[in-house]
Design a binder for this molecule. Structure first.
Ligand SMILES: Cc1cc2nc3c(=O)[nH]c(=O)nc-3n(C[C@H](O)[C@H](O)[C@H](O)COP(=O)(O)OP(=O)(O)OC[C@H]3O[C@@H](n4cnc5c(N)ncnc54)[C@H](O)[C@@H]3O)c2cc1C
Length: 399
């Protein structure tokens, strides 16, 4: 979908395009191009974040007083679009899009002034500690316990599926502080220094062979009470607020990027004396995905309009999430189909940044299979499609 832009917005777009042209080094472009997993690799992502931070653009959606921008909704949208068009690396959401907005909404003045600048600069990298073995979709069943002891809590238990914990300086976590009563009313929100004695991080390797998930163990870990966000036993309110930010992602931009790459691959894939892009069945599938992506984009813009009016996105972010994640998986699938036999070789060496070994098969398609495998997780992470559909059924359809 193309928005009709004012001359002012066109000038803004030109400024962004120029900035991207000047700032994206070949290494950053290659890192972005070779992303094979749910998250951009931390090194590439943080290098790009530091460049954006220097310019004041690391978190465009934050309020200006905390280091955000005064960009309009349309300008933020232009920025996101142009970053993808230029092949910029993806920023990791845990610090900038989850912890930051949560602290802006619920943090104490001290927490805001200490952590927000460090999030923007990348000095602190955060991971999210919600899920536990036996407490995923039903995260209120969590049992990692924080016992009150003077000015500290003493934390024992384990978190699982913790993305990028091996790189994290800090974790925002939900812990149990009361065992009786309603389970949601015994949860507290804590900010945990990952260097605290008693924390162990154990890797979990994903289906694409990438290490980005972990299990984190806590053994008598002391966390000062000043690191609590909100009141004791009221962490569920903070978590619910944060989830609305987590669940909303501009998936359409990534889907368009995937479809562009699929189209580029089809343009070089021989098929019955021509190329795959001339094949009627392929063209129909591609067109269908493009139409659905345009529909998704319209829904995303509705959410963005709410955000820009200072409202929280609400449950419609669940709807957008289901559409976005499932559409992306179908786009990945079309890429794998287009690869044909070249989907079979596993060639991690060709995916290394700086690799000079030619890939087996078309260069345009080397990331398709690992992305297809990794993106299977998109309909689980941050709340599975089934759970999002339950939310839509209850909160939007009133069923
Ligand atoms: C790649 C990835 C990254 C992640 N990163 C993080 C992270 O950084 N931090 C973090 O805390 N967690 C993280 N998670 C965990 C994620 O939030 C959970 O996997 C998710 O909430 C689902 O929980 P579960 O895995 O325990 O599955 P379960 O809750 O056990 O669900 C199993 C199946 O049952 C279905 N199901 C469950 N409840 C219902 C219901 N009420 N109605 C219908 N169907 C239902 C689910 O849809 C699913 O198909 C990550 C997960 C993945 C895959």
């Amino acid at each position: 979908m193309e928005l009709k832009l004012s001359p002012e917005d066109e000038a803004f777009r030109a400024e962004i395009v120029l900035f991207l042209e000047e700032s994206l080094t070949p290494e950053l472009r290659e890192g972005a191009d070779k992303r094979t997993s749910l998250w951009q690799d931390v090194e590439t992502s943080m290098a790009w974040q530091r460049i954006l931070h220097k310019k004041g653009w690391a978190a465009p959606e934050w309020p200006v007083e905390y280091g955000g921008t005064d960009w309009s909704l349309v300008q933020r949208y232009i920025f996101a679009q142009e970053c993808v068009r230029a092949g910029a690396p993806a920023l990791l959401p845990m610090s900038l899009r989850m912890c930051g907005p949560m602290l802006i909404g619920y943090g104490t003045p001290e927490q805001k002034s200490h952590y927000l600048p460090r999030i923007l600069s990348g000095e602190d990298f955060w991971c999210q500690g919600y899920s536990e073995p036996g407490a995923g979709s039903d995260s209120a069943s969590l049992s990692t316990f924080a016992a009150s002891d003077g000015d500290d809590y003493v934390v024992n238990g384990t978190k699982i599926w913790t993305s990028c914990a091996q790189h994290a300086d800090m974790m925002f976590a939900l812990v149990r502080t009361r065992k009786d009563g309603k389970k949601q009313e015994g949860i507290t929100f804590l900010l945990i220094d990952m260097k605290s004695p008693g924390i162990t991080v154990r890797p979990i390797i994903n289906i694409a062979g990438v290490h980005e998930l972990n299990q984190v163990f806590f053994e008598d870990v002391r966390i000062p009470k000043s690191n609590r966000v909100g009141e004791e036993n009221d962490g569920w309110s903070v978590a619910k607020y944060l989830l609305e930010f987590e669940r909303f992602a501009m998936a359409s931009v990534e889907i368009r990027r995937t479809l562009d790459r699929v189209e580029a691959l089809a343009g070089v894939t021989p098929m019955a004396g021509a190329t795959l892009e001339r094949d009627a069945d392929f063209r129909r599938k591609l067109a269908q995905l493009k139409i659905e992506t345009a529909v998704l984009e319209a829904s995303e813009q509705r959410v963005l309009a709410k955000l820009s009016a200072g409202e929280s996105p609400g449950t419609v972010s669940s709807l957008v999430r289901v559409q976005g994640t499932e559409l992306l998986q179908r786009a990945d699938m079309l890429g794998v189909e287009a690869l044909g036999y070249y989907a079979v070789p596993n060639q991690p060496e060709a995916l290394e940044i700086g690799a000079n070994q030619p890939p087996i098969g078309p260069r345009e398609g080397i990331t398709f299979v690992p992305m297809y495998l990794s993106n299977r997780m998109k309909t689980i992470a941050g709340g599975s499609s089934e759970v999002q559909r339950n939310i839509v059924a209850k909160a939007i359809l009133g069923l």
